[in-house]
Design a protein around this ligand. Structure first.
Ligand SMILES: [Zn+2]
Length: 180
């Protein structure tokens, strides 16, 4: 079964606004949330790139120390339920919906960084141009083949957008979301 990523409508709108604002440079952010049953990732919050982020035509580096502080704040605020799920960034005018070589290198680093506590990071690519963005979610992990070498594995997921209902707690409590 293809993994599912649940995104709140309000966060998708924030991503589109940011993508439009920075076009034709890249921008992005970090997702927080939790894993539901049936291989579903539920995004409950998005942390933007931060004030010291680098936005270039074909690269993007978030303000990591600022983001880390925001991640810690949100983790506490959520009662330590929402953790770091992964990230998103734009590929303006991209022809391919696939991760780039540098995206894969970055994801490998996340998987190998114990402090990130994320063995299966999500990366959502937002490809296109203003008013015409498409979301392409990838779930990534390292698999060991024949006990000898590691292979980077990326699996395409499906995005389902849910209406925000004012609070993350309601979204979490509403099991109906998963069963639409
Ligand atoms: Zn990229």
């Amino acid at each position: 079964m293809q993994p599912v990523v649940w995104l709140p409508q309000a966060i998708v709108q924030d991503m589109q606004t940011d993508a439009d604002l920075w076009y034709d440079r890249e921008t992005g952010g970090t997702f927080m949330g939790y894993w539901a049953e049936n291989n579903g990732a539920v995004v409950t919050a998005m942390i933007p790139a931060g004030p010291q982020a680098f936005h270039e035509r074909s690269s993007f580096v978030p303000d990591q120390s600022w983001q880390q502080a925001e991640i810690a704040k949100h983790y506490e605020r959520s009662g330590r339920l929402d953790t770091y799920l992964g990230d998103w960034h734009t590929h303006p005018d991209a022809v391919s919906n696939r991760l780039s070589w540098t995206d894969r290198a970055c994801l490998k680093t996340i998987i190998r960084t114990p402090a990130a506590r994320n063995q299966k990071p999500l990366m959502v690519l937002m490809c296109g141009k203003p008013n015409e963005w498409f979301l392409h979610p990838w779930l990534c992990q390292l698999r060991t083949r024949l006990s000898l070498f590691e292979v980077f594995d990326e699996k395409e997921a499906t995005i389902l957008i849910y209406a925000s209902r004012g609070s993350e707690r309601e979204a979490r409590d509403s099991e109906a979301l998963i069963k639409f």
